[in-house]
Design a protein around this ligand. Structure first.
Ligand code: FEO
Length: 170
C-alpha cells in the first residue's frame, strides 16, 4: 500500500483507540453514578472500538504496511448529565463516520481497491453504530434522562455483551 493510504489507516488506528478510551471514560463516569447498566454498555462499546483498532492494525500488517501507534489523547472525565454523555456518543459516532468516509475517498483516489473493499465493512458498521446511539439518545430524551424509566433502561443496558468480530479476514 502507498504511504498516503498507510498514514491515513494509522491515523484511524489512533481514532479507534481514542474512541475506546472515550467510552471507557464514560463507563467509569456511569459506574461512579451507580448506573451499572450504562457502565456496562459503555464498557462493551469500548471493547468494540478496540476490536475496530485491531482490525485496522491487522489489515495494515497484512498489506505489508508499517503500523505506527501514536499518542492517545486524554478523554473527558465528566459530563453534565446522562443525556449529555449519550449525546456526545452519537456525535462522536457521526465524526467517526466522516473519518471512515474520508478513508474511502483516499482509497478511491489512490485506486486502492483492496483497502476500499476492506473499508466497506466499516461503512456498514457505522450505520449500525449511529443507529444504536441515536435510538438510546431518543429514549433518554423522551424521559428527560430521569425518573423510574431510567431504572428500566439501565437494567436493559446491563444485558449488552461484547461480540467479537468474526467475519472472514477479521
Ligand atoms: Fe469504531 Fe464506534 O466506530
Amino acid at each position: 500500500m502507498n504511504k498516503r493510504m498507510e498514514d491515513a489507516l494509522n491515523g484511524q488506528i489512533n481514532a479507534e483507540m481514542y474512541s475506546s478510551y472515550l467510552y471507557l471514560s464514560m463507563s467509569a463516569y456511569f459506574a461512579d453514578k451507580n448506573l451499572n447498566g450504562f457502565a456496562n454498555w459503555m464498557r462493551v462499546q469500548a471493547q468494540e472500538e478496540l476490536a475496530h483498532a485491531m482490525k485496522f492494525f491487522d489489515f495494515v500488517n497484512e498489506r505489508g504496511g508499517r503500523v505506527e501507534l501514536k499518542a492517545i489523547e486524554q478523554p473527558q472525565k465528566e459530563w453534565d448529565s446522562v443525556v449529555d454523555a449519550i449525546e456526545e456518543t452519537y456525535k462522536h459516532e457521526q465524526l467517526v463516520t466522516s473519518l471512515i468516509n474520508n478513508l474511502v475517498n483516499v482509497a478511491i483516489e489512490e485506486k486502492d481497491h483492496a483497502t476500499n473493499n476492506f473499508l466497506q465493512w466499516f461503512v456498514s458498521e457505522q450505520v449500525e453504530e449511529e443507529a444504536r446511539a441515536s435510538e438510546l439518545l431518543g429514549e433518554l430524551k423522551m424521559i428527560d434522562g430521569k425518573g423510574p424509566a431510567m431504572f428500566m433502561i439501565d437494567r436493559e443496558l446491563k444485558t449488552r455483551v461484547f461480540v467479537p468480530i468474526t467475519q472472514p479476514g477479521a
